[in-house]
Design a protein around this ligand. Structure first.
Ligand SMILES: [Zn+2]
Length: 70
């Protein structure tokens, strides 16, 4: 009963993709929820991906913005 949960993994990947840093004069903030980066949602999502054996490079590659507001 400890099979990986693809839905959770996909949701976590989506959360990491959307909760990424943007530069503010007083430090990085989350693009999505504007909390100080990394926000709680991103931290929780990264934890899920790490638990699912994602490598750091794969997690970083989720931030595939082509511009600041992607
Ligand atoms: Zn966020």
């Amino acid at each position: 009963m400890s099979e990986p949960q693809p839905t959770d993994e996909a949701a976590a990947a989506h959360a990491v993709r959307t909760h990424c840093a943007i530069d503010y004069p007083n430090g990085s903030r989350c693009l999505n929820c504007h909390a100080r980066y990394p926000c709680d949602i991103r931290l929780a999502a990264v934890e899920i991906l790490v638990a699912a054996a994602w490598q750091d490079e794969a997690i970083m590659a989720l931030d595939a913005r082509t511009g600041p507001w992607f």
